[in-house]
Design a protein around this ligand. Structure first.
Ligand SMILES: *Cc1c(COP(=O)(O)O)cnc(C)c1O
Length: 401
């Protein structure tokens, strides 16, 4: 009997294998939660917050319900809100911008550095220097909104930090707060001007992390956290996540319910121990791709700044025929993604902001060309070879280079 030899596909990510390895330890977490009946807040949450703050190199960490809440509450706790404009980028997950508008502020977009796809400090500087100045406050007024610009939200996209030295210097010059969207960058590092390497989350007044299961550090469901070294911001966050109360039933602020479950915190504390090892595996896989692809196929490879160490949440290549390439790989069982195909300034829900195609040319080019290849810590060299072989076939057969 002959069987047709099927080439195996490659999944986009693998969330099963890493949890299988930790199964006993993780099940122990659930047992402990059941037996203590401490489900929300409590010692498990405190312990994770301390461990994650220590990991990121910040004085504090406040656990919340999701990355979106982390971003929104971080802005609110930093005093950013109604009738203010916040500068960010449009090539990110919509949560970045939802958080800004939910905090009551309004976004102003600047274009990206086309090599890294992160906020371009040059575009940021150019944008701010061309804004009108509010006579009363001395603040720059957003070009779209006419509102005073009070904050900048750089997004550490795909696991690589934005160029923080440059962004922080500009922010200081214009007197605005920086809040990092670090939802894709747990453990990413950046070498500061003084030569020290510091982790994502330790640069802004505050930083938002998501622990959605597919992130580099993922919970057993939804969870998030804000890191900060500002005690006032931390104190305000602790109130905001718990209905604005520091003392029960005495509400200093109007807050919300955005608490971190004890089970999630305990689960995350176990997985935090393995984060560095998992990030190293991602970097090894990224290197593997670099080596297999460089000079072999006409795709643009991810660019890592000399002053940064990416944790490769995603490995994103670029090609003008991205959609053909994606379809062709899909038909060969290689599951890829697009992050993100429609930039936020062109989303239907933000039509009323009046951005048109061409407003952010580099952002739009990246949205049209970016292809995320399979990437996860346990990825094998054989799987990477299969991805690249499928790409070679795709270019030979369906995609004209
Ligand atoms: C995942 C993500 C978020 C939102 O996190 P959730 O936990 O899903 O709410 C925000 N910003 C970016 C860049 C993300 O990737």
């Amino acid at each position: 009997m002959t069987t047709c030899k099927q080439t195996e596909g490659v999944p986009f990510t693998d969330l099963i294998a890493p949890h299988r390895e930790l199964e006993e330890e993780l099940v122990g977490v659930f047992r402990a939660a059941l037996r203590s009946a401490q489900f929300v807040g409590g010692p498990q949450v405190d312990a994770f917050e301390q461990a994650f703050a220590a990991y990121c190199g910040t004085a504090d960490c406040v656990g919340v319900a999701s990355g979106t809440d982390a971003m929104r509450l971080a802005l609110t706790a930093c005093g950013i809100g109604r009738d203010e404009a916040v500068i960010t980028v449009a090539n990110t997950f919509i949560a970045t911008v939802e958080a800004i508008t939910m905090a009551g502020a309004s976004p102003e977009f600047v274009d990206i550095d086309e090599r890294t796809c992160n906020m371009s400090p040059d575009a940021l500087d150019e944008y701010l220097s061309s804004c009108a100045i509010d006579a009363r406050s001395g603040r720059r007024l957003g070009r779209r909104t006419g509102l005073p610009i009070t904050a900048i939200v750089p997004v550490h996209l795909y696991g690589q930090m934005a160029d923080m030295d440059a962004i922080l210097a500009i922010a200081e010059r214009y007197g605005v707060v920086v809040v990092e969207d670090a939802c894709q960058a747990h453990g990413a590092e950046y070498r500061c001007a003084d030569g020290t390497w510091r982790k994502a989350g330790s640069f802004g007044r505050a930083a938002a992390f998501s622990f959605y299961p597919s992130k580099n550090l993922g919970a057993c469901g939804d969870a998030g956290a804000v890191t900060t070294s500002d005690p006032d911001v931390a104190r305000t966050l602790r109130m905001l996540r718990e209905h604005g109360q520091a003392t029960r039933y005495l509400h200093e602020l109007e807050g919300c319910n955005s608490r971190l479950d004890a089970i999630q915190a305990a689960f995350l504390r176990v997985k935090l121990k393995y984060l560095d090892a998992a990030n190293i595996e991602r970097r090894v896989a990224a290197h593997g791709y670099d080596t297999l692809l460089a000079g072999v196929l006409p795709v643009t490879l991810p660019h890592e700044l000399e002053c940064s160490r990416s944790v490769y949440h995603l490995y994103v290549v670029r090609h003008e025929m991205r959609d053909e390439l994606l379809r062709s790989l899909d038909s060969r069982g290689i599951v890829c993604g697009r992050h993100y195909p429609v930039p936020l300034h062109l989303q239907p829900c933000y039509r009323h902001w009046g951005y048109r195609p061409g407003s952010l040319p580099l952002t739009e080019a990246s949205a049209n060309q970016s292809l995320s290849l399979p990437m996860y810590p346990a990825m094998t060299a054989a799987q990477q070879r299969r991805v690249v072989d499928a790409m070679v076939d795709a270019f030979a057969i369906e995609v004209s280079a």
